[in-house]
Design a protein around this ligand. Structure first.
Ligand SMILES: [Zn+2]
Length: 207
């Protein structure tokens, strides 16, 4: 079983927002090397299906594409994802990001060109897109719009990074006193507690 299959089968959405969950499809501090769950273009399609982005395109996997197209599409997906990661981690570190933000603005411009509002009932509106084609760009649009909303609707300052030294996942801290430290208190939080416990035991043994 590959990392990707395992991840998809135990889908973990701890970001608190679709865009942060997307950024968390990699762990840049994972194990010996970076853990990458989007190793193939199909991994991105699988992820998109799990989070409900392909609902409008149930046959998205049947669209024939050659390997070259897959590789290019995956590279674009990863470039956008890493730009989002840069913007967030630099903000957390108290720095401004221009290069990655420029890249995301270019992608947002393209996404906005396809954005339409539909009215499902009187007074009930829905944001959707003007394409019925399940191409990778179209799958990135809602992710970009979620990211834009997170950054601009007062939640930007609530984006945090997990404090587990082997985990770099991002999450929205919605606690009242902004005290959340782990992407997952029961996994990363417990590991940190266990490490502190054994470190204390070792110190006590030496005394
Ligand atoms: Zn974590």
């Amino acid at each position: 079983m590959t990392d990707s299959t395992y991840y998809m089968e135990h889908l973990r959405r701890r970001g608190g927002d679709l865009s942060l969950d997307f950024v968390n499809t990699s762990n840049r501090k994972g194990a010996a090397n970076q853990q990458e769950w989007l190793q193939r273009y199909d991994d991105f399609l699988d992820w998109a299906a799990y989070v409900g982005l392909t609902e409008r395109w149930p046959d998205h996997k049947k669209v024939p594409r050659d390997d070259g197209e897959h590789d290019q599409a995956l590279q674009r997906v990863l470039t956008v994802r890493e730009a989002m990661y840069d913007v967030c981690t630099r903000a957390i570190a108290g720095k401004k990001d221009t290069e990655s933000l420029d890249l995301l603005n270019e992608e947002l411009k393209k996404a906005n060109e396809h954005l339409i509002l539909t009215q499902t009932d009187p007074g009930v509106f829905k944001q959707t897109y003007d394409t019925d084609q399940p191409d990778p760009d179209a799958l990135l649009w809602p992710i970009l719009h979620h990211f834009q909303a997170v950054l601009t609707e007062g939640k930007g300052a609530r984006i945090k990074q997990c404090q587990n030294q082997y985990c770099d996942w991002l999450f929205l801290d919605v606690t009242k006193n902004k005290s959340r430290r782990w992407c997952s208190p029961d996994i990363c939080g417990n590991r940190a507690k266990a490490r502190r416990y054994y470190a204390r035991l070792k110190t006590e043994e030496k005394q």
